[in-house]
Write a protein that binds this ligand. Structure first.
Ligand code: URA
Length: 243
């Protein structure tokens, strides 16, 4: 990838500051001073130094994407645009999305090449929490809320695990809520709302494994996770209850 892009992602400066540093000869790649911001580097193999100090690139890359509606969660698709089409300038090889959001669902999607972390976050045994904001048609009674909270029959072998419900708005014909679940069944939120007689008209994931969607990201925009976010995601979900 371009040297200026790689350096900017390390938060050494803004893209334009980074370009100035490069043009002023502050970077070497494999011991050669490079003054062209567009110079292509391989972050996994090249030795990049800033004012004589070697920069350490991580083995794994971690990003959050604000997934827009209308794109599929896949690495490739013959018909539709995929979430990976937004990630072309991201550093790191073999990136993939962690889990799936429906084509019409928006919000937080993790993109990484860390298979072990992805496996842990998606394991049904780990009960990693995901919170969704949903706008729905219909009405939600106290009894419906208690069904969602206790576990509801969505036509699978077992009812859903207990969920947390936070009502945001309610009218005679519609409502919005935040729903936190610890499973990842197919169309789970839509089916849970369906099971209490409602219909989801808008769905957005706002947190995953304790990581919150950065609301400053426009739809389709992404950013690298900060060191403390990576540590949090890794630590927080290491010892989640099995069983
Ligand atoms: N539940 C759904 O119904 N859809 C999603 O995309 C995610 C959770």
């Amino acid at each position: 990838m371009r040297l200026d892009k790689l350096i900017a992602q390390m938060q050494i400066g803004t893209r334009s500051q980074v370009k100035d540093y490069i043009r002023n000869g502050k970077f070497t790649v494999n011991d050669q001073v490079i003054k062209k911001p567009e110079y292509k580097v391989n972050e996994l193999e090249d030795r990049v130094c800033f004012m004589g100090q070697a920069l350490c690139f991580q083995k794994f890359a971690y990003y959050m994407l604000h997934k827009p509606s209308g794109v599929v969660t896949a690495t490739k698709d013959s018909r539709d645009k995929t979430v990976m089409d937004f990630m072309q300038d991201a550093a790191g090889k073999d990136l993939f999305p962690v889990g799936r959001l429906d084509k019409d669902t928006e919000g937080l999607l993790l993109i990484t090449n860390d298979g072990a972390l992805s496996h842990r976050l998606l394991s049904p045994k780990k009960h990693v929490e995901k919170t969704y904001y949903a706008e729905c048609e219909g009405t939600l009674t106290a009894e419906d809320i208690s069904k969602l909270e206790q576990g509801v029959d969505i036509g699978d072998e077992k009812p859903t695990l207990p969920a947390q419900v936070r009502i945001i708005k309610q009218s005679d014909t519609s409502y919005s809520l935040e729903l936190s679940i610890t499973e990842g069944r197919f169309h789970q939120v839509k089916r849970m709302i369906g099971a209490v007689g409602g219909k989801v008209t808008y769905l957005k994931r706002i947190s995953f494994g304790g990581l919150l969607l950065d609301e400053s990201l426009d739809k389709g925009a992404w950013r690298a996770l900060r060191q403390e976010e990576i540590a949090f995601l890794t630590e927080q979900n290491k010892n989640n209850k099995e069983g």
